[in-house]
Design a protein around this ligand. Structure first.
Ligand code: CA
Length: 551
């Protein structure tokens, strides 16, 4: 790794206390005469006053700004930048290690929303701002999305959602309404306000276009922004969005966790059984899309019965016990309310490889992720005051508590179908959901999209004019490891739509090997249209598919 900072972040305290940019810039010019005007502008950002943004509501402080030249990412950085670029829908080459020269800005928005913003050098900036919204329960400022974003010359930002945490840890939210609001929607707005002010200071101009992207809670963020702050972003990319966030945690994750744990919280299913289940499902359903390729293109066409894996008398290995059969059936089954209405779709067929981690423990000392998402949300986010420490999550009844969850739902759920203001402001939205997502089944996103259509007077075209949903066969939750094609240039498609007026009637998706070589291509079409294999031709080529409907 080669790092060359023309300026370090160190500066003497007396200089900090002066806090007058013109004075400090003059001082810097005197002490660092070799610096370019651009480098000085970058360094002086930390002396600029951003405390009055939105009349103080978005009070911001830059605590570090340094101009970075000739930066080579190390192996870890380039690997994660590569992966994040795919989650962001703004892919960069696998071989990419060089970052363009840029201004690295770190700071926070009041009270505690930490951010990192990377501003490509003026000569290469594409005049656009890209915000990567944090995923999961947020909690750290990831440098990798900004690294990926500046490779494509976007001024790119990431942030921690307003708190410090790791994984599905909700303790930060305990009895703290402000942090919940920041996490729910405010952070993405105020960091965008801060970014635009910093961008204007650095480049002497506002970005021509602003985008928000992210996966899971980061996908929720774009949909939420379109609803609450329809003028913040011109374009939204939302992958695997957790639009109905309370239901995601307290229905979907909770029912899945309850399916695989007994009442002593011991696992009924282990990760060892998953390959057998995955393989049986694939054998039963792979061919139903007309192509035996290890991808179930539409799980709705699959009708696998877990009973076929039940142990025969005297057999205990390579089969499922009675209890395990019931657990697997429960995972596939939708969650219903007392009136027998579906409130959350079950796990899709083809999602089994991702069950490892989500519904079976990754390590023996861990519970499934679904357990943490459900119980941490229940304990620390669901109610204004945290539940008693001895509360048993098995006592929780969503049906009984629905009324009491209204307050948090109004804060955090992003499933309001009224996106008229975003549409009227000229905004465009690309939503993507992997069919092999074992964390958030795509069914919930389909329901939300159809609700938006219904709200828009049932006019499919009304919604297609500004928001399109792409369902991606074989693509997992927020990863690129599934059998499906997880490389697609959503931001390119979004710009063609926004700037060029060319709507994304199809989106090219690709699968890459570990060397970053494309091994498979397929078009994706806006929901409800599907890619159908023509029945002949190389199935790894996009030209072998046409737009249609799988039956
Ligand atoms: Ca197939």
């Amino acid at each position: 790794m080669k790092i060359k900072f023309s300026l370090t972040s160190k500066v003497s305290y007396p200089l900090v206390f002066m806090c007058v940019s013109s004075v400090s810039t003059q001082l810097m010019a005197q002490t660092e005469p070799q610096l370019s005007a651009e480098e000085r502008a970058c360094m002086s950002l930390r002396f600029d006053d951003f405390s009055k943004l939105e009349r103080g509501e978005a009070a911001t402080n830059v605590i570090e700004s340094s101009f970075v030249k000739g930066y080579q990412m190390n192996a870890t950085e380039s690997e994660w930048a590569y992966k994040h670029s795919r989650l962001m829908g703004a892919p960069i080459p696998r071989s990419q290690t060089q970052l363009p020269d840029h201004c690295l800005v770190k700071g926070y928005v009041s009270p505690t929303i930490r951010f990192e913003l990377r501003l490509p050098a003026r000569a290469v900036w594409n005049q656009k701002y890209l915000l990567n919204a944090c995923m999961g329960f947020c909690g750290d400022v990831s440098p990798y999305p900004p690294m990926a974003g500046i490779v494509r010359h976007y001024a790119t930002m990431s942030h921690d959602g307003g708190h410090t945490a790791y994984g599905f840890d909700g303790k930060w939210a305990r009895n703290n309404q402000q942090l919940k609001i920041d996490f729910a929607y405010r952070a993405n707005h105020v960091v965008a306000v801060a970014a635009k002010a910093i961008i204007e200071k650095f480049y002497h101009t506002q970005p021509q276009y602003s985008f928000i992207t992210g996966c899971s809670k980061g996908g929720h963020a774009g949909v939420m922004a379109a609803k609450r702050y329809p003028n913040d972003f011109d374009g939204v990319i939302a992958r695997g969005p957790t639009v109905n966030y309370t239901d995601v945690n307290l229905v979907n994750c909770m029912d899945n966790a309850r399916a695989v744990l007994n009442d002593r919280n011991e696992p009924i299913l282990s990760s060892q059984e998953i390959p057998m289940i995955a393989s049986a499902v694939m054998s039963a359903c792979d061919h139903k899309d007309g192509l035996v390729d290890g991808v179930i293109s539409d799980p709705r066409l699959c009708d696998f019965d877990p009973q076929t894996l039940a142990c025969e008398a005297g057999k205990v290995s390579n089969c499922l016990s009675k209890q395990q059969v019931e657990a697997v059936k429960a995972l596939y089954a939708p969650s219903k309310n007392a009136q027998d209405d579906i409130i959350y779709g079950g796990l899709p067929y083809g999602s089994e490889p991702e069950w490892v981690g989500w519904v079976t423990p990754l390590l023996p000392q861990l519970q499934p992720f679904a357990y943490y998402a459900a119980t941490e949300y229940l304990k620390y986010l669901a109610y204004p005051e945290a539940l008693d420490v001895d509360y048993d999550w098995w006592d929780f009844s969503y049906q009984d508590e629905k009324e009491n969850l209204k307050e948090i739902s109004q804060i955090i759920d992003a499933d309001d179908p009224d996106l008229r203001q975003f549409k009227e402001s000229g905004g465009k939205m690309i939503v993507l959901h992997g069919w092999s997502d074992a964390a958030i089944p795509a069914y919930a996103t389909i329901d939300w999209y159809e609700n938006v259509e219904t709200f828009m007077h049932g006019h499919h075209q009304e919604v297609r004019d500004f928001a399109r949903l792409f369902l991606l066969p074989g693509v997992v939750h927020c990863g690129i490891d599934g059998p499906g094609n997880s490389t697609y240039d959503a931001i390119g498609a979004l710009e063609a739509w926004l700037i060029g007026g060319v709507a994304p009637d199809s989106l090219l998706t690709q699968k890459e090997n570990d060397q970053g070589e494309v091994i498979k291509e397929q078009p994706a079409y806006p929901y409800p249209i599907q890619a159908v294999y023509k029945g002949k031709g190389d199935p790894t080529k996009a030209t072998s598919f046409h737009a249609g409907f799988l039956k």
